[in-house]
Design a protein around this ligand. Sequence first.
Ligand SMILES: Nc1nc2c(ncn2[C@@H]2O[C@H](COP(=O)(O)OP(=O)(O)OP(=O)(O)O)[C@@H](O)[C@H]2O)c(=O)[nH]1
Ligand SMILES: [Mg+2]
Length: 400
Amino acid sequence: MQVLNIGVFGRTNTGKSSLVNALTGQEISIVSDQAGTTTDPVGKRMEIPEIGPCRLVDTAGLDDVTDLGAQRVNKSRAWLNRVDLALILFNSNSFTKLEQDLAIQLRGLKVPFVLVHTQSDIVPLDEALAQELSEKYGTDVLEFSVALLDEQEQQENIELLLAFIIKALSSSPLRERPMFEGLVEEKQTVVLVCPIDVSAPTGRLILPQVMAIRDLLDRRSTAVVLQVEELADYLATHPTPDLVVTDSQAFAPVSACVPPEVPLTSFSVLLARSKGPFAEYVAGAASIDALQDGDKILILESCTHHASCEDIGRVKLPRLFQKYTGKQLQFTVVAGLDPLPENLRDYRLVVQCGGCMINKRELLSRVNPAMEAGIPICNYGMAIAYMNGIFQRSIAPFCR
Ligand SMILES: Nc1nc2c(ncn2[C@@H]2O[C@H](COP(=O)(O)OP(=O)(O)OP(=O)(O)O)[C@@H](O)[C@H]2O)c(=O)[nH]1
Ligand SMILES: [Mg+2]
């Protein structure tokens, strides 16, 4: 399930932590009149109506000049690459170069933002300034305070902030596309093939499988969940399903079982369509055939996990690449949100993991530099599908 990040940015003492506490109704962050109270960014998950799970991220002041100030500012600024929405806080009608630059940077990153004039019980927002900022940046400007004496008025002020957040996120292009949007309709049946093998986590399903089941329930369609061994018997004894989705690793036996007229795809292809730059992945997969001896491949793995000996990014994928191409290739793996290599242009292909642990915005910030440098990109599942000869079939349901 996608968790949207909402970053709270601004100078020290503008009331960032107070706003986070007011919005969540909890004492998440320490509040004090000492500039530089918040040091490391603090995230708090909250469910926002109409939007779903979000992470509210309180950051350190962007004008922090204490000893560790520069490091704190860098850590806060790093969140600009991860947020789906930013709240830019300012007070005393002081929208200076710092705030202006922030707004311009966010606009360049195509991240929506809302301007929040804080501590408005002390200095109210100047209407002319609000009008000017709203026109200049095309966003809402909210007069906000956490210290209103009238309880009802205070509640309404928080509700209004929430309404602005919902409005900005609902129309955001950074929201992920639901997995089966445009593919499956009410009352249709989808078979989900979920192998429970050694790599399956104990006692639970993996995130893409859970997301698929949830989206099918939302669509009032039927999900049939089974393992590879049960598939043939199911198909022989039940009406033909409208779609079959399998774990990529079981694509070969599953595709042998599923009649050619029944659409078949994989969880990773669905995930790529829902959160990745799908068309670019499709084009990138074809570039695997052009790889030559000595070419470099960059593998981007977005989650952090202990690398096992059969690790997909470090062992299985490189092995498959060598076997399929017959070329001597060089692989670099970058994990988590570690910086990308400086010599990005030296790579012939970038292969990103499915990104089930990160949101669309974070995933795009990983692959965008490669796209901008004109380097073909693909993801794990689509590269595996391509090299196993099942690519065309797995993307066919989206090309109808
Ligand atoms: N009167 C009034 N005081 C506020 C309001 N919001 C915050 N404050 C006070 O302003 C001071 C700074 O608030 P914080 O929430 O700690 O500000 P911050 O932006 O998180 O500060 P740093 O973490 O240092 O960057 C505290 O003394 C708060 O009590 C408000 O709406 N009205
Ligand atoms: Mg703070």
